[in-house]
Ligand binder design. Structure first.
Ligand SMILES: [Zn+2]
Length: 252
């Protein structure tokens, strides 16, 4: 029997088992924080580092002493990986002319001028006209524009795939989640992260199909992946690509 859950989420990286606890430690003289996931099925303590930082997976019964021992044994590796990710993380936006943002997989250069409020993509630039040229105003206007584009783009894709997949979503909404690309609720509501609009179309398609497939299979069983594969035969490659590049798309 498949377990029916009320909601399934597509996280930025791998799904996180609960319970989850935020912890801190000192490694090589540096204070670091990490997230500890304990779970039933886990046999040993494992460490992973990605754009969210250090995460430790542990069996339910593992003691903090055991966990800290593993952490100390791998201190060098952890510190090196954390440094690599910090360097990989794009710098925060300044919201000014010349900056680049991603739109459907291609870079658009921000070109801001004072004037009546208006945004137009033009070749490889995003022309922004705004009465008060200030970072917070530009940010708000550009984000609102991206969300509008996202909603209409996602609606078109859903319309295309839902016919082929013979599913009827009850409701489509944009999400602003910090940790997941999409989710599907038992009620038939689908939430898609507006940040997806930065990705190439083929990756947006994968997320759309993934969520629609949950309307057929509310789980991640082999049957679910068969439904996905019918529309996206190379879904494994696309899923890998999204996980690999997630850090690029989590800017704000
Ligand atoms: Zn899913």
């Amino acid at each position: 029997m498949n377990q029916i859950r009320a909601q399934l989420e597509l996280p930025f990286a791998s799904p996180s088992p609960s319970p989850v606890v935020a912890c801190s430690a000192v490694l090589d003289g540096q204070p670091i924080s990490y997230v500890l996931h304990r779970s039933h099925g886990r046999r040993r303590i494992s460490l992973s580092v990605d754009e969210r930082g250090l995460r430790i997976g542990a069996p339910l019964r593992a003691s903090m002493r055991e966990i800290e021992t593993v952490l100390r044994d791998h201190a060098r590796w952890v510190v090196r990986k954390l440094t690599q990710w910090t360097e990989k993380r794009p710098p925060g936006r300044r919201w000014e002319s010349g900056e680049t943002l991603m739109y459907m997989g291609r870079p658009l250069q921000l070109n801001v001028a004072a004037g009546t409020e208006n945004i137009t993509p033009q070749d490889s630039a995003l022309q922004v006209s705004i009465p008060r040229v200030q970072p917070e105003n530009i940010a708000a206007l550009v984000r609102a524009w991206l969300r509008t584009q996202a909603l209409s783009d996602f609606a078109t894709r859903i319309e295309r795939y839902r016919v082929a997949m013979a599913v009827v979503p009850a409701d489509i909404r944009l999400s602003n989640a910090r940790t997941r690309w999409g989710s599907c609720h038992a009620s038939g509501r689908i939430l898609l992260n507006w940040r997806l609009i930065q990705m190439p179309a083929r990756l947006i398609d994968y997320v759309v199909v993934h969520e629609l497939a949950h309307l057929r299979e509310m789980n991640h069983s082999p049957r679910f992946w068969t439904v996905v594969a019918k529309e996206i035969p190379d879904y494994l490659a696309r899923r890998r690509e999204i996980r690999r590049d997630a850090h690029q798309y989590i800017l704000d």
